[in-house]
Design a protein around this ligand. Structure first.
Ligand code: BGC
Length: 830
């Protein structure tokens, strides 16, 4: 809603007072108390509102970051009980925030303004019907105080000796303060905040406090998070405490800051002295798990500080748990990745000199985010910015808000967020409004893509991020993936034209719908002509290429079967480690399951060797890393510099976990109809998924042992489900309605498998434990065996067909004892 504004003006501090955070105040007299008082406030910069000596509300870092020139969010507070007869004071402290502080890795700062500016109205209503407004203008006074410096990336420097105590309360002498200066900013940009504000959502106590080899004091909070540290300290006046933040320790136990790039992430507090002092920064935040504390008076104890978690205060709507603690932690890491990156807008990371609203990251993570939390507010707001930027610039920037005027090419997975994210939100909530709001942007984006499609119907022109962060891409060129960028882009175009055709149809744009449908079909035909052999090979044979061709439905049935088999080979060739990037990782497990290779999907999911979904978890990760191998086994950072340890994009695997392990997915928008179809594996013996959908709580939980399977499903009123009972003796599919449903049945009895010298190495190697046992006994007898053999043979490789006996024969030093021992180990396997 556009705000009506009285004659309030944007105001700033005079030139002479620039540099430190400005405190603004205005005193006013009232003959009687108002019956209603409403404060509306915003800033270019970040604001903390105060009224009569008390901080107003609990919003943090407001107004957050939006495309300020188009949408500057105004917060509203009912302050009726805080305004009284007599003298009152309204005011605010402003920080640099996104408008005036640093932004991006290119050294930009003050992208929107040189100095923060305040805008507020305090609207008062009285019993006799009178109305009066106190509005920001030249009669406000301004001074600096305790905040010597503040920057989102670099941190805050606070000198408590300089705090103008009582500055926002009546009776304070502000005669030395300067008049505020009126400044220009388009008032048409003012809009009401609709998303939940950023708040403190949790505190985390230190797990350990230790001394590093250098003598530095290191605090470990045990969880990588975004926020800051709150301290409680007593000491003499002028004592200066420094808090440096980091996500990791170096192998020798010092604070690692290389992956923060140029962000200083350092807070400083100078004590006023002689009483207990409580402090936390207000105009910065850090992505961290560890802190290095220096200058602390006396010995630092665990009760002296705690980490404060901040993020947009969304309602949690999705939960997932299994019998496997590593899987649970992987899921938890995705949740924490989201919490660390939903601070007013969806960002790539919260720690380094970046923290931008990268389109590709949220496009990949969107369905997961919408399952875990109610994201209508924050993503609706961000998409409004995307639409505004597009309307203004004529293209979709790679990250929104944009911070450069440089034109950015339309890209798959990044730019097409304008289609796929609203579509994902529609699928989640069943509400078409988000589709109509973005429709012009979607169509505009597509027109630009079409300019980059060549005569063969392939999206081959212009820059692409492609399968960004393919682990095999050369250092420093994360875009040089194995998958051909034109193939990836055309596959994504096939997906988005389909979504757009359906969106146009839903919105009643029938001609558009027909056109997009034709485009969709032509793109599919072009893709097959260019990239798929008649028998189902996809040309570059990259796992991502197969995954996209399968999941986006680009292949006919026999081709899909062949492609699935080839994908298995490629996954096996990579030793069941991850060999896909941003474009392929969200789809590869689905591609395997859809082509009948759930066992391989599970093997890939449960792999612990780097790079893999589990490798970070087994290395102690508490968030999703930017790349699965961001920290190497020796504890050093991967040299690519893409080493944020809190990047949600790859957390998109959680969406697959909900749908495939938990077994719950939406069949109709808004979950009016769902599919229940868990895929079983012996390695997981129970799972539960709960989702508070737009129609109420849907719950699925199951347990299994070697022979018995129990499933419980609860659906709210108005929701129906198609249930596929997994491994049911009669492979049963059934329809159910609301209520609680229970099934319990015997799983098909599998003959216990036996192993011996005539088993193939491929068969033994299907299970990592079995292979480890075999390798263990071989190594005992033949210590010279190369360690690479610890990796199970690829099940599709020719040598996987040979038996263990063959293998032993090829070892020149084979002894009868060795053969007997190997046989004994094989026979003990099942
Ligand atoms: C960001 C990514 C982003 C990418 C695109 C990186 O610096 O952190 O997550 O999508 O750039 O180039």
């Amino acid at each position: 809603m556009q705000l009506k504004h009285s004659e309030a003006e944007f105001i700033e501090a005079p030139e002479l007072q620039r540099g430190r955070a400005p405190y603004f105040r205005r005193g006013f007299e009232l003959a009687d108390a108002p019956t209603r008082a409403v404060l509306r406030i915003t800033a270019l910069g970040v604001f903390e509102p105060w009224l009569n000596g008390v901080r107003v509300g609990d919003e943090i870092l407001a107004p957050g970051w939006t495309s300020y020139r188009h949408r500057l969010l105004v917060s509203t507070f009912d302050v009726t009980t805080s305004v009284h007869a007599g003298e009152n004071v309204v005011g605010a402290i402003l920080g640099n925030g996104w408008a005036c502080g640093r932004l991006g890795w290119d050294g930009l700062s003050a992208v929107y303004r040189d100095a923060p500016a305040l805008y507020l109205t305090l609207d008062l209503e009285f019993a006799d019907g009178r109305r009066e407004s106190i509005v920001s203008g030249p009669d406000f006074r301004v001074a600096t105080g305790a905040i010597l410096a503040d920057d989102l990336y670099d941190g805050e420097d606070y000198d408590a000796r300089l705090e103008p105590v009582g500055w926002s309360a009546p009776g304070f002498d502000a005669s030395a303060w300067s008049p505020a200066v009126v400044t220009e900013w388009p008032k048409a940009s003012l809009v009401d905040r609709v998303a939940e504000p950023v708040r403190e959502t949790q505190t985390v106590a230190p797990v350990t406090i230790s001394t590093a080899p250098s003598g530095a004091t290191i605090v470990d909070f045990g969880q990588n998070l975004a926020g800051w540290i709150r301290i409680r300290v007593t000491g003499s006046s002028g004592t200066r405490i420094t808090l440096r933040h980091g996500e990791l320790l170096t192998p020798d136990g010092e604070l690692e800051t290389a992956n923060l790039r140029t962000a200083k992430a350092t807070d400083r507090y100078t004590l006023a002295g002689d009483t207990v002092e409580h402090w936390q920064p207000r105009f910065t935040f850090h992505g961290f798990r560890y802190a290095e504390v220096s200058g602390w008076p006396g010995e630092l104890g665990p009760d002296d500080l705690e980490a404060v978690v901040i993020h947009t205060d969304m309602r949690r709507t999705g939960w997932f748990e299994t019998s496997d603690p590593l899987l649970n932690r992987l899921h938890e890491n995705a949740v924490w990745g989201m919490r660390g990156n939903f601070i007013g807008l969806p960002t790539d990371c919260p720690q380094r000199d970046e923290r931008l609203g990268w389109t590709g990251d949220i496009n990949a993570f969107g369905p997961t985010a919408a399952f875990l939390y109610d994201v209508r507010g924050i993503l609706g707001s961000w998409l409004a910015d995307v639409a505004a930027e597009h309307a203004d610039r004529g293209y979709v920037p790679w990250y929104v808000p944009a911070i450069t005027a440089k034109r950015q090419a339309p890209t798959a997975l990044w730019g097409d967020v304008v289609i796929s994210l609203p579509w994902a939100l529609y699928r989640e909530y069943g509400d078409v409004d988000i589709l109509s709001a973005l429709y012009p942007t979607m169509v505009g984006f597509l027109e630009q893509v079409l300019e980059n499609v060549d005569a063969d119907g392939i999206w081959s022109r212009g820059f692409q991020f492609g399968d960004w962060l393919d682990p095999d891409a050369p250092e420093g060129r994360s875009d040089l993936a194995k998958a051909n960028p034109a193939l990836v882009a055309t596959a994504y175009l096939y997906r988005t034209t389909n979504e757009l055709a359906r969106i146009a149809e839903l919105l009643g744009h029938d001609e558009d719908a027909a056109r997009f449908q034709r485009l969709h079909e032509n793109t599919g035909a072009a893709f097959r002509r260019e990239f798929v052999t008649p028998s189902g090979r996809v040309v570059d044979e990259a796992p991502t290429s197969y995954a996209l061709a399968i999941v986006f439905g680009l292949l006919d049935e026999p081709q899909a079967v062949r492609a699935g088999d080839r994908l298995v080979t490629r996954v096996a060739d990579a030793g069941f480690t991850i060999s896909t990037g941003f474009a392929g990782t969200p789809h590869i497990l689905d591609a395997l399951v859809q082509t009948g290779h759930a066992d391989v999907a599970y093997r890939l999911l449960l792999q612990q060797r780097s790079p893999s979904f589990f490798y970070p978890v087994t290395s102690g990760a508490t968030t999703i890393w930017e790349r699965w191998d961001a920290v190497r086994a020796d504890g050093t950072l991967h040299p690519s510099s893409m080493t944020s340890l809190n990047h949600y994009a790859f957390g998109s695997v959680a969406d697959w976990m909900h749908r495939t392990i938990g077994g719950l997915s939406a069949l109709a928008p808004g979950y009016s109809r769902v599919r229940i179809a868990p895929q079983l594996t012996e390695a997981i013996t129970s799972a539960s998924v709960r989702h508070d959908t737009a129609r109420g709580l849907v719950e699925v939980s199951w347990t299994r042992d070697a022979s018995l399977f129990d499933l419980e499903v609860t659906l709210p009123d108005g929701v129906t489900a198609l249930v596929t009972l997994p491994d049911h003796p009669e492979s049963s599919e059934l329809e159910i309605g609301s209520g609680t449903h229970l099934w319990s049945y015997e799983l098909p009895h599998e003959e216990p498998r036996s192993f011996g010298l005539d088993s193939t190495t491929g068969d033994v190697g299907r299970s990592a434990e079995r292979w480890a046992a075999l390798f263990g006994v071989l190594k005992q007898h033949f210590p010279m065996l190369p360690d690479e053999l610890a990796i199970p043979p690829l099940i599709t490789a020719p040598q996987a067909q040979s038996t263990v006996a063959d293998m032993l024969e090829h070892i020149p030093w084979t002894t009868p004892e060795a053969v007997a021992d190997v046989e004994r180990v094989l026979q003990s396997m099942s």
